[in-house]
Design a protein around this ligand. Structure first.
Ligand code: IPM
Ligand code: MG
Length: 387
């Protein structure tokens, strides 16, 4: 019984294994991180995405161009606008990222990206893969770095979420073996665990952090989370002076709400899905998922984005000019720091603090009762000029 279904599933599984083993070889063949200083020119792609994306990213671009005016003049930095990563194009071509858009993305060194719509069962769009997930895979952006800071509570967390493996690697390659049996796959590779964990420890070392925490469910998901955890402690042994500990995802979710303990966390490294979940929880504590910026780092490419949605309703109601560009501007600050313009990044962080916390001369309400995104960007630039 079921012989045919089992054979079909085995064949499917075989193809998946081949693909993943090929990916392992590709990872092994990769060199080190790109050195932006050594590049003749750094090309910054600005990819608007869907909904309010084009409105807010264009404001972030204005701010970055202001901060990098000299570098643009002397040809070290160039901005490139990338259109076409829209749900309409993706649905028409049934592609997570249209080929020409992917080629344009690959012609950049770093990318600032607006939100993209992820279709889900039952909505008006066909089931194309998330553009985000596809971009992470295509550009091999394996480290999703999400900082969460609440200074008044002593919270300064940096999450290093693995971005290419786990439940996401073959998320659309599960099988319905029979009408009654569905199977998904979750993937961990030695190389994949090694590079994200090393990146977390290197960040800790470079930034004077004294603790790195791993989060898994290795007591239950023994093979893949087990590999992640073993790799964690093996690498931790190489970093003298940095304490390493690990928590299971369930209790970690609780501990982030434990005011007496949570400020002790510093750098947290976790597999993809746990990172997805916990970074939303952490961002909510900071003031909402819309307040967090996010860096997606690979060895060759890097992409920076806000982690909020595309708010299509705001566009439908003609309110996209009132959308708050603050989190994608924050992502822009992470971009500046990543490509070596730390001084400009610091100024931008400082201005963001002034404009959204300490002075807060403008209020964003998302409608005509508040400021527009352009006014907010102006306010940021004026503030920088006055620093
Ligand atoms: C995120 C988002 C994405 C994810 C979605 C939009 C595919 O939730 O960046 O955290 O699940 O990774
Ligand atoms: Mg998420």
């Amino acid at each position: 019984m079921y012989q045919q279904q089992i054979e079909a599933a085995k064949e499917h599984f075989g193809a998946l294994l081949e693909k993943q083993l090929k990916r392992v070889e590709e990872m092994k063949a990769q060199g080190g991180f790109v050195d932006y200083k050594a590049l003749e020119k750094i090309v910054i792609g600005v990819c608007g995405g869907d909904g309010i994306g084009p409105a807010i990213t264009s404001q972030a671009q204005r701010v970055l161009e202001y901060l990098l005016a000299d570098e643009m003049k002397n040809g070290k930095v160039e901005f490139k606008k990338i259109d076409g990563l829209t749900i309409e194009r993706r649905a028409a071509e049934m592609k997570a990222i249209p080929d020409d858009v992917l080629a344009e993305l690959k012609a950049c060194d770093v990318i600032l990206k607006g939100p993209t719509t992820t279709p889900r069962k039952g909505d008006e769009w066909p089931n194309v893969e998330s553009a985000n997930v596809a971009m992470r895979k295509e550009l091999d952006l394996f480290a999703n770095v999400r900082p969460v800071r609440i200074p008044e509570q002593g919270i300064d967390w940096t999450f290093y979420r693995e971005n290419t493996e786990g439940g996401y690697a073959a998320g659309k390659e599960g099988v319905n073996v029979s009408e009654d049996l569905g199977i998904d796959f979750t993937i961990a590779t030695s190389e994949g665990c090694d590079r994200i964990i090393r990146a977390a420890f290197e960040y800790a070392k470079a930034n004077g952090k004294t603790r790195v925490t791993a989060v898994t469910k290795a007591n239950i998901i023994k093979t893949t989370d087990g590999k992640f955890l073993d790799t964690f402690y093996r690498i931790a042994a190489e970093y003298e002076g940095i304490a390493a500990d690990d928590w299971y995802i369930d209790i970690m979710t609780a501990k982030l709400l434990d005011e007496a303990r949570r400020r002790d966390f510093q750098v947290v490294v976790l597999p993809n899905l746990y990172g997805d979940i916990i970074t939303d929880e952490a961002a909510e504590l900071q003031g909402g998922v819309g307040t967090a910026g996010s860096a997606n780092l690979g060895k060759k490419y890097a992409m920076f984005e806000a982690i909020h949605g595309s708010a299509p309703r705001m566009v439908k109601e003609g309110r996209d000019i009132y959308a708050d560009p603050c989190s994608v501007i924050r992502a822009g600050a992470m971009l500046l720091s990543h490509i070596g313009y730390q001084e400009q990044a610091d100024k931008l962080y400082q201005a963001l603090d002034i404009c959204t916390v300490t002075e807060k001369k403008l209020v964003m309400t998302g409608r005509d009762t508040g400021a527009t995104g352009a006014e907010f960007a102006d306010y940021i630039m004026e503030t920088i000029a006055g620093l």
